[in-house]
Design a protein around this ligand. Structure first.
Ligand code: 5AD
Ligand code: SF4
Length: 467
């Protein structure tokens, strides 16, 4: 029986969460997690297909496994998640040594599928994916994306004090550039009662902070039609959970940034005043081509509404540069929007055409790569300057920080007991704060005095530790 599994994750927070859930279900089924493919009998990649670059990385990682598979043909190699749903049999054609291709809607059956594959004498490539939503009835497609949110022990989360909790599956927005609605399936909210009871258990286990996940998290609607109808109601219910201290939620869709939600963020002290609301572009022409469903005037009005209801809120955004037909003028309008909105941070992506999307079928990918690269760098430079202008005034102030753990550098160094190490934590506005302190502070919320800042990291000291 093959029982040692190596699991690598590429992609967004939703994938990181899926991997935690996969790891939990495999550990429960008797697997041991190992940290190198060389030590494993089962090698799994939980994949992303939002941009070509992510897929290229996965195919080259699979290519590197060829010699290992030749040496140890019994090794099971599996491709899970978004790229599995998107490429399906193509994966077997491009990487003949892959044994399993399992979409995001089949992950709950992974232990059982692995068991079956391991016991087969002559292995056939195994493909388990959900129905194509362009070809089948919605109810059938929804059913084919099976829900997967099993309980998980704290040691399998990235931190025992923090947890991601899915509140919605899939997406119905069909932005023309985006593959997500196809690979993650129709939008479906989880029943509020289920979410509340999951978070109660997490809090009882010592979890301090939850991040609610959904592709358009603010379109949440309780399917059980109980009293908890919208995200604002859900936040109010979660706020009552004893032991829980911070609640965040990502990613927001601009059209659903309603006043009741903003008021909930303002009125519920445990809810962080941090909102990720991707704009994608500052040009109405581009927003229309992207089928985002709003104009830049609407988006600006929404930002003003956020700022007037939640003074001091940290707002972050995503932008795509070089989308089909983007002129220099369109791009300048994205620059203007970044300057005007003063986002705390923006994630900027070069447009990557995704086969299977509306844009790939109808709009030419006509912005040359060097232009995309230049626009990416230019927009990033504008954003970085704004981020720095926002972090510098924090120097000299105390910020409440949830201590997440030792920094990467500190993790590399061997350390014992409760010695002073470099720690990393986050403010309620999602600033990353680095400071020295005893390891036992991990999981606590405490004030840190900011001494130095760059655009993305604040460096501080604990007031109590200062001489
Ligand atoms: N090309 C580039 N960026 C993309 N995103 C989504 N699809 C694409 C694509 N085809 C970006 C969007 C989204 C973020 C998660 O990824 O900005 O908000
Ligand atoms: Fe993709 Fe648009 Fe859905 Fe976001 S809202 S996941 S960008 S289709």
């Amino acid at each position: 029986m093959t029982k040692r599994v190596y699991l690598e994750t590429i992609g967004c927070q939703m994938n990181v969460l899926d991997s935690e859930l996969i790891a939990s279900s495999l550990v429960q089924a008797g697997y041991e997690l190992v940290d190198s493919p060389r030590n494993a009998d089962t090698i799994l990649y939980n994949t992303c297909s939002v941009r070509q670059h992510a897929e290229d990385k996965i195919y080259s990682a699979l290519g590197r496994l060829r010699p290992l598979k030749e040496r140890k043909p019994q090794t099971i190699i599996g491709v899970l998640g978004c790229m599995a749903q998107k490429d399906q049999e193509l994966i077997f054609r491009r990487a003949g040594h892959v044994d399993l291709v399992i979409g995001p809607g089949q992950l709950s059956r992974l232990p059982e599928i692995l068991e079956e594959v391991a016991s087969q004498r002559h292995r056939e490539p195994r493909l388990e994916v959900s129905l194509d939503r362009m070809k089948e009835r919605r109810a059938l497609v929804e059913e084919s994306f099976a829900k997967f949110d099993p309980p998980r022990p704290p040691e399998l989360r990235s931190s025992p004090f923090q947890a991601m909790v899915r509140i919605m599956f899939g997406c119905d927005k069909f932005c023309t550039y985006c593959i997500v609605p196809k690979v993650r399936g129709p939008e479906q909210s989880r029943p509020a009662a289920e979410i509340v009871s999951e978070i109660r258990c997490l809090a009882a286990d010592g979890c301090q902070e939850v991040t609610l996940l959904g592709q358009t998290v603010n379109s949440y609607e309780d399917p059980s039609k109980g009293q908890t109808q919208r995200l604002s109601d859900l936040l109010a219910r979660l706020h009552d959970i004893e032991g829980l201290r911070r609640i965040k939620f990502v990613t927001n869709y601009p059209r659903h940034m309603t006043d009741d939600l903003l008021q909930a963020v303002r009125d519920l002290p445990k809810v962080s005043p941090y909102l990720h609301v991707p704009a994608q572009s500052g040009s109405n022409e581009q927003l229309k081509r992207m089928k985002r469903g709003y104009t830049v005037e609407y988006y600006r009005e929404m930002i003003e509404r956020i700022r007037s209801i939640i003074p001091g809120a940290a707002i972050t955004s995503d932008f795509i540069v070089g989308f089909c037909g983007e002129t220099e003028e369109d791009f300048q309008q994205s620059v203007d929007l970044v300057r005007w909105a003063r986002f705390k941070n923006s994630f900027i992506f070069k447009y990557s055409e995704r086969p299977g999307t509306k844009a790939a079928g109808t709009l030419p990918d006509d912005v040359p790569d060097e232009v995309k690269r230049r626009r990416n760098n230019d927009l990033l430079a504008v954003q970085n300057a704004i981020s720095l202008e926002d972090t510098l005034p924090l120097v000299g102030k105390d910020l409440e920080v949830l201590v997440e753990g030792p920094s990467k550098a500190a993790k590399k160094r061997a350390s014992v007991g409760n010695e002073i190490v470099q720690l990393v934590g986050r403010s309620v506005w999602d600033h990353i704060v680095v400071f020295d302190g005893p390891r036992a502070l991990v999981g606590q919320i405490l004030p840190v005095r900011i001494e130095k800042a760059d655009a993305f990291t604040l460096f501080g000291t604990m007031p109590r530790l200062k001489g």
